[in-house]
Design a protein around this ligand. Structure first.
Ligand SMILES: *[C@@H]1O[C@H](CO)[C@@H](O)[C@H](O)[C@H]1NC(C)=O
Ligand SMILES: *[C@@H]1O[C@H](CO)[C@@H](O)[C@H](O)[C@H]1NC(C)=O
Ligand SMILES: *[C@@H]1O[C@H](CO)[C@@H](O)[C@H](O)[C@H]1NC(C)=O
Ligand SMILES: *[C@@H]1O[C@H](CO)[C@@H](O)[C@H](O)[C@H]1NC(C)=O
Length: 501
């Protein structure tokens, strides 16, 4: 999914020069993995076929069809439930070494609970994993990618702490069913988007508007669910299955709008802790970042709340969540300029109010056809460097990065995007020593982009949703060549930076 970038107040008064335009010409190490990404709801369709249960997004969209451009739905999407062999064929054409995909919770468990297992759903994924493995494409599987079974959403979804147990049951079942075929698991995708948009602003399903309260309950519960799944794998499956379990967290880079102004630098640091760190800090260190705890406590008190709106991890919970990762995922799409907002609304309760910052896009940054982001490759390196500094250089996979272009096959902007972002990744590895293990482009094909329906196209393959015809774009050829040569330019400098030799 696309990590949606929302400037808090878009102005664009100041400009800075984009740097890092020189393309890195050293080859990627042989053990660096290149892949492509999708998510179940965005491609599978077959929304109620063969026993699949209703999910939060089905309900959200059917209750208000006009929310999505052209009143589109995901009922058919790319029809991958029926066309998964075509999906694998495309992955082969792209040269993808791994495929980041997700399992639809309600295709396996129609009502979300393990009392009723949908055998046809299980067989679908068994066939898909077999086909991937037969073609030497490593499955990287997300357990939860925004699709909560409606029966669980009815009970409060991520705001009900019992979901931790229910999600744990679901994850255990997946490890048991598929753990021989799948060695790389991601517990949850972009928890910020689920919590902030799902329960804060209501922009995403289920549409709950509980800024700074419901959205923070979601944050804690989703971290607890992640940790529970990691521990289940670690204790019950790791010794026999030998896989890895990580988490996928999205962030933009927040660039101080004046690097000599302390308050701007602190605003940047705070927002990185409030965005990536809100999830990564508990998972690595056991608790929310101190700056976030202090901030939300101060504002909650000033607003008359008897305690902080940010939930507390008990000591036992801290022990449970601390260290529950084998790798961290990063979804990076764009960058925002940031400074402290001296006029922040003291009554604001949500993630948007508690941050007390002012953000905007720099006017000099290129804008894709879809205007909600800007192309800022160097922001990726800065994110990687931040993660390296704050978390002690953990293994990182870039689990998403992609370009929302015009619907054209001649997508030269997408080629530039992939090249410049991978160059930034390689710089992070070569110059900063970042421990980056792989990169996955979003997405192998155009698909259902949540609130944006089919109006946003990220694919290496174009999809004609009238005919389901899929056609390779120019960028596919470029990406395939990068993967086979390990090189971003016509000819790389020989083997400098090839750590694997
Ligand atoms: C979209 O849905 C709304 C609400 O149901 C309806 O009024 C409108 O006519 C629909 N538009 C199209 C293009 O179908
Ligand atoms: C940046 O901040 C410094 C220190 O506060 C200040 O002297 C300088 O004028 C600022 N630069 C701009 C362009 O605002
Ligand atoms: C996308 O298409 C529109 C309309 O054809 C055009 O004005 C715009 O420049 C295009 N944008 C890019 C980034 O190609
Ligand atoms: C689908 O694409 C194929 C090959 O590109 C073409 O021959 C065919 O006419 C297309 N079908 C439709 C319905 O557009």
């Amino acid at each position: 999914m696309f990590a949606w970038v929302v400037p808090l107040i878009a102005t664009g008064l100041l400009t800075t020069t984009a740097t890092g335009d020189k393309i890195n010409n050293t080859p990627f190490p042989k053990d660096f993995l290149f892949g492509t990404s999708t998510a179940a709801y965005q491609i599978e369709g077959a929304w109620n076929t063969h026993g699949k249960g209703e999910i939060n997004w089905d309900r959200f969209i059917s209750a208000n069809p006009a929310l999505i451009p052209d009143n589109a739905t995901a009922k058919v999407a790319c029809d991958s439930y029926h066309r998964y062999l075509e999906d694998v064929e495309q992955l082969k054409q792209s040269g993808s070494q791994f495929y980041r995909m997700s399992i639809a919770w309600s295709r396996i468990l129609p009502h979300g609970f393990t009392n009723k297992i949908n055998e046809e759903g299980v067989q679908y994924y068994k066939r898909l994993f077999a086909e991937l493995n037969r073609n030497n494409i490593v499955p990287f599987v997300t357990i939860y990618h925004f699709d909560t079974p409606q029966a669980i959403e009815d009970l409060g979804g991520w705001t009900n702490s019992d979901i931790v147990t229910w999600y744990g049951d679901y994850a255990r079942l997946l490890f048991r069913l598929f753990g021989d075929d799948v060695k790389y698991w991601m517990t949850v995708n972009e928890p910020k988007q689920s919590c902030h948009f799902g329960y804060g602003t209501g922009f995403f399903a289920p549409g709950t508007k509980s800024p700074g309260v419901g959205e923070y309950e979601c944050v804690k519960n989703i971290i607890m669910a992640h940790a529970t799944a990691w521990r289940i794998y670690d204790e019950e499956f790791r010794s026999t299955q030998n896989g890895q379990v990580g988490v996928v967290i999205d962030t933009v880079w927040y660039e101080p709008d004046n690097v000599t102004e302390v308050s701007s630098v602190l605003a940047s640091e705070f927002m990185m802790h409030f965005t990536y760190g809100l999830y990564a800090n508990p998972i690595v260190f056991g608790d929310f970042p101190d700056v976030v705890k202090e901030r939300v406590a101060r504002r909650s008190a000033a607003q008359g709340f008897p305690r902080s709106r940010l939930p507390v991890f008990t000591e036992e919970e801290q022990r449970l969540v601390k260290g529950t990762f084998d790798f961290l995922g990063l979804n990076y799409y764009s960058t925002l300029m940031i400074r402290r907002d001296p006029n922040a609304d003291p009554h604001g309760k949500g993630y948007d109010g508690d941050n007390e910052v002012f953000t905007y896009f720099d006017d000099s940054w290129p804008m894709p056809a879809k205007k909600n982001m800007r192309v800022v490759p160097w922001g990726m390196r800065k994110c990687l460097k931040w993660i390296q500094r704050v978390y002690g250089n953990p293994p990182v996979y870039i689990t998403e990065n992609g370009y929302p272009g015009n619907r054209t096959l001649d997508d030269v902007e997408r080629i530039d995007f992939i090249q410049s972002h991978l160059s930034s990744v390689k710089d992070a590895m070569d110059i900063d020593g970042a421990n980056v293990k792989g990169y996955s482009y979003w997405s192998i094909m155009d698909n259902f982009e949540w609130r944006f329906g089919y109006s946003v196209t990220f694919g290496l393959f174009d999809v004609d949703f009238e005919t389901q015809n899929r056609t390779a774009r120019k960028s596919l050829e470029y990406y395939r060549k990068v993967i086979s040569t390990r090189c971003l330019v016509e000819k790389c400098q020989d083997s400098v930076g090839d750590n694997s030799l």
